[in-house]
Design a binder for this molecule. Structure first.
Ligand SMILES: NCCCC=O
Length: 479
């Protein structure tokens, strides 16, 4: 018996539409490995239509007062809260995430982040107007940049979409957003909710693959392209955007060092690091994936971490005991398994190291020790439930190992020594340093990295300003 697949559609100019040429892709639930929907595989005509709708809606949305934009965003936050159960169920079908944790750990921060940007809409920062030249007054205008092309990833499909559209809309831009081709369902549901609140064309969703994303970034309409994804994808976006010098906002990979000194609370550090490394199956650009531990506590720490890994459960979304669900797709499962299969002889798998179950794309919580700084698994992003452990001799070596990767998004230090924590915070070359914790985020603080982790900030007033442009207006006092 064949079951009818749900038909997801693009949201363009206030209407749900199939791709102009009718092409679709199947959308698979990674917890079962079975298709449950189809989504448009959008081409140039669909991108053109979405860009035209966003461009047409821009002048009126730009000219709406900050107060009006705030009101609309607050309504969206309220509506998401009211339909939380539906959003969570859809996100879980998209990704296989545990239902309970998605409801408690993802939905509330998302709603809070929208409310934060609703407030930011009314706080437009600029230098003071004044007479910086005799007989002239200068003022600064902070304006929206225009239409924004935004590409969201599959690891947190709803929350990453919020990180993109909320600051963009708050600042007065209009948006064409593309969810990942593996996780479009929750974004389409968000479009349905948002569509009841915003004017037509202000928020548009185009489903599709890499070629769709490229068509969006290369399109002449958007003034800005923003992507959260892999380094490879970010480099392609930067290259495509360079053709007409578009503004680019890139949130790419991570390889977070987690530096545990000998005076840390070992049991607590091992417990917290296991959660921060395995949450969302480690599919998190800030995941606590690369532990550096002082040699004097190495064995004790590895044993504690391996025990926490063994106690961590992965499984189906409705199982209340699980910390994380499946990897997002078969390629991701292959990528994670590949890193373990290719481990050098000096590495030791302390926990996990294998697929779990026969259906879906589950992988066991894994801890690997005995690694060297130039090993593949130390230098490259695994994006799976795998925590590596290396040992160091002193602060200088810890710092050298921590900074010696191409990524620079997040890091953490575990110590009771305040001076050491402060020295490490100064010298760690990462966009975020946590001290005696790892992974919490707040809407008020910036998220974003350096080096191959990209540039531009998400969240915070900095993220909001990334979606604005500055204009200097100078007026002669004689006129
Ligand atoms: N913990 C949220 C990280 C966003 C990117 O993966």
């Amino acid at each position: 018996m064949t079951t009818e697949l749900r038909r997801l559609r693009n949201y363009i100019g206030g209407e749900f539409k199939d791709a102009a040429d009718g092409r679709t892709t199947e959308v698979v639930n990674p917890a079962t490995g079975e298709a449950y929907a189809t989504a448009p595989l959008s081409g140039q005509a669909d991108v053109d239509a979405a860009m035209a709708a966003a461009a047409a809606a821009f002048p009126a949305w730009r000219d709406a007062t900050p107060s009006e934009r705030q009101k609309a965003l607050l309504k969206i936050a309220d509506a998401f809260e009211a339909r939380a159960e539906e959003l969570v169920a859809t996100e879980s079908e998209n990704t296989g995430k545990p239902l309970g944790l998605t409801a408690s750990e993802e939905l509330p921060p998302m709603v809070d982040q929208i409310r934060f940007f609703a407030g930011a809409a009314r706080l437009l920062e600029g230098r003071s107007a004044g007479e910086y030249m005799e007989g002239m007054t200068s003022i600064v205008r902070r304006e929206p940049v225009g239409v924004c092309a935004q590409v969201a990833p599959w690891n947190y499909p709803m929350m990453m979409a919020v990180w993109k559209f909320a600051p963009a809309l708050a600042a007065g831009n209009t948006v064409v957003l593309k969810p990942s081709d593996t996780t479009p369902a929750s974004t389409i549901l968000m479009a349905e909710i948002i569509g009841e609140i915003l004017p037509k064309g202000v928020f548009n969703v185009v489903c599709g693959d890499r070629d769709t994303g490229r068509a969006m970034v290369e399109h002449s309409t958007p003034a800005m392209a923003s992507i959260t994804g892999s380094v490879r994808a970010g480099m392609q976006v930067a290259e495509s955007a360079s053709k007409d010098v578009k503004r680019v906002h890139l949130e790419l990979g991570g390889k977070a060092p987690v530096v545990v000194f000998e005076d840390a609370d070992i049991a607590k550090a091992a417990e917290d690091i296991a959660v921060a490394g395995f949450f969302n199956a480690g599919q998190d650009c800030t995941a606590a994936c690369r532990v550096l531990v002082h040699e004097s506590i190495h064995d004790e720490f590895v044993a504690a971490l391996a025990k926490n890994a063994a106690d961590t459960k992965t499984g189906q979304p409705d199982d209340e005991d699980v910390l994380y669900g499946p990897l997002n797709n078969p390629n991701q499962l292959k990528q994670v398994a590949g890193f373990i299969e290719r481990l050098p002889a000096h590495a030791k798998v302390e926990a996990g190291g294998h697929q779990v179950g026969e259906k879906g794309y589950f992988y066991a919580p894994t801890v690997v020790s005995g690694l060297k700084q130039d090993d593949e698994i130390i230098q490259n992003e695994v994006f799976g439930p795998v925590i590596t452990v290396q040992s160091f001799t002193d602060e200088d070596q810890a710092l050298a190992y921590a900074n010696d990767v191409e990524f620079a998004l997040a890091s953490s230090v575990w110590t009771k020594d305040h001076g050491r924590a402060m020295r490490m915070s100064k010298n760690l070359d990462f966009g975020c340093v946590w001290i005696n914790t790892h992974i919490p985020l707040v809407a008020e603080m910036p998220h974003g990295g350096y080096k191959k982790s990209g540039y531009g900030k998400d969240l915070s007033a900095y993220g909001f300003e990334d979606y604005t442009r500055i204009k200097h207006v100078m007026t002669s006092l004689d006129s």
